[in-house]
Design a protein around this ligand. Structure first.
Ligand SMILES: Nc1ncnc2c1ncn2[C@@H]1O[C@H](COP(=O)(O)OP(=O)(O)O)[C@@H](O)[C@H]1O
Ligand SMILES: [Mg+2]
Length: 242
């Protein structure tokens, strides 16, 4: 049935006094096409996520951090209050710039907690989020080089570059070999070029991270709404009742 026929039939069954949503067959056709485009995009997105879940064996945020929110982040110290406020603002402004976030500091200071809070807030509004440790990611890349791998390196790279927010955890924990550093650089470079933000969690300081990723990436990470936050307070873990 043509779009025109559909419109004619709609008119015939429409109660008196109801204005048709579409005045012309062309409008109706355009609407159909737009719906088709939206559906196709949604399916492509779902496929990507399913594939990533297959590769990583889990969904976007690790079990441990799935319940982390801004609400259950205790901000007693001034630095924590600053980190919380900036993280909330960053999530609220998501999509308006490609600048990312870098949380730098010691173990147990809540970097993952706030990154997961950002991620959970975005998941709630339908964005796709992936938090992954660099060592885990490198293992997945090594798997793609093996014979019989379902996924090619290019597939994995594409999927990582298409997710709305990618958070790279534990950058610098293992001193990667040259090839791994190149892969890391490529992921971040490609995402930033596509104006897609990256979150980074690291125990490296600014000089060490710049040495790893280069000044050009670091510049782009922190411009256009990007931020660097030092998590320079003691580990939270001793506050957790066991
Ligand atoms: N300010 C905080 N308020 C509530 N829980 C926190 C806070 N900081 C850390 N935590 C909790 O402590 C644990 C360790 O924090 P995590 O975010 O994994 O630290 P990091 O990633 O910096 O090593 C997690 O269970 C986290 O939810
Ligand atoms: Mg951590």
């Amino acid at each position: 049935m043509s779009a025109f026929d559909v419109l004619k039939r709609l008119r015939a069954v429409m109660p008196e006094g109801v204005t048709p949503k579409f005045e012309t067959a062309a409008d109706l056709m355009a609407w159909h096409q737009e719906q088709g485009r939206v559906t196709a995009e949604r399916i492509a997105e779902q496929n990507r996520l399913t594939r990533l879940q297959g590769v990583l064996g889990r969904s976007g945020i690790q079990e441990l951090h799935r319940t982390c929110t801004f609400q259950n982040y205790n901000a007693d110290l001034a630095g924590q209050q600053h980190a919380l406020a900036k993280s909330k603002a960053w999530a609220a402004k998501f999509g308006s710039g490609f600048g990312g976030f870098i949380f730098s500091g010691g173990c147990g200071t809540g970097k993952n907690h706030l990154a997961a809070a950002i991620g959970n807030a975005l998941l709630n509004v339908g964005k796709s989020v992936l938090v992954v440790t660099v060592p885990d990611l490198m293992m997945r890349f090594r798997e793609t080089y093996q014979d019989g791998s379902r996924l090619t390196e290019a597939d994995l790279m594409n999927d990582l570059c298409n997710v709305d927010l990618l958070v790279l955890d534990d950058i610098g924990v293992q001193r990667g070999n040259v090839n791994e550093n190149v892969v890391l650089f490529q992921i971040v470079d490609r995402r930033l070029s596509n104006k897609k933000p990256v979150g980074m969690l690291t125990n490296l300081d600014s000089a060490a991270l710049t040495e790893l990723l280069g000044p050009r990436i670091m510049d782009r990470m922190t411009m256009d709404g990007g931020m660097w936050i030092n998590f320079d307070w003691p580990s939270y873990r001793r506050n957790v009742k066991s």
